[in-house]
Design a protein around this ligand. Structure first.
Ligand code: SF4
Length: 196
């Protein structure tokens, strides 16, 4: 049986593939979906898409990619809801709604998302959004708590880009606002550039 796997990035995709027992036993055949209007800016979106493409090539997985950069669609969907929490629930609904519709159109009965590997995401909200989208489209959302999956196939993700923040411009601000150390990476033998 096929399962559509919405992928936000290569590393979370590898964890999802490693965490789903049915995939490991080859009972489920994953088909990967890339549709992430929440990832900004454009260069970051391209880097993550490229990494997902490379992983799918390595794993010989079919990739159904929406290669439209969705900044404006995402901001339109938020409609001024910029605070974390409500913003993320809109984001989940946007992406899982797409995944459910894509699964339905492709005749794939099951779908899930790589978001279920993240310790930073709201799992209850992901599950609610996935089940709602599944119900609306006549496909089944598969939820598993895959936080802490360790037996990832290192060959699949070797040298692939790994992001530093969740995706949207708001999450980028939340990630980096409390620190400036990323501007001044330590260099051996030299004092830190941001030292007093
Ligand atoms: S923080 Fe992540 S889940 Fe929340 S809105 Fe931004 S990209 Fe979406």
């Amino acid at each position: 049986m096929k399962i559509l796997v919405h992928a936000c990035c290569a590393h979370c995709l590898a964890e999802t593939l490693a965490g789903l027992e049915e995939v490991k036993k080859k009972e489920w055949e994953p088909v990967v979906r890339w549709c992430n209007p929440n990832i900004h800016p454009l260069i970051e979106w391209r880097r993550r898409l490229k990494a997902v493409k490379m992983l799918c090539e390595r794993a010989k997985l079919l990739l159904l990619a929406d290669e439209t950069y969705g900044l404006r669609d995402f901001l339109h969907a938020l409609d001024g809801t910029y605070g974390a929490g409500d913003r993320c629930r809109i984001c989940y609904a946007l992406r899982l709604g797409d995944a459910a519709r894509t699964a339905k159109e492709a005749g794939i009965p099951l779908f899930t998302t790589t978001l279920i590997t993240s310790v930073h995401q709201d799992h209850a909200a992901i599950r609610a959004a996935g089940e709602k989208a599944g119900k609306e489209n006549g496909v089944s959302f598969v939820y598993r708590d895959l936080r802490g999956v360790e037996d990832v196939d290192a060959k699949l993700v070797f040298s692939l880009y790994k992001q530093q923040y969740c995706g949207c411009v708001f999450s980028e601000e939340e990630r980096f606002a409390p620190t400036t150390t990323h501007l001044y990476p330590p260099r051996p033998g030299l004092p830190r550039a941001d030292s007093p």
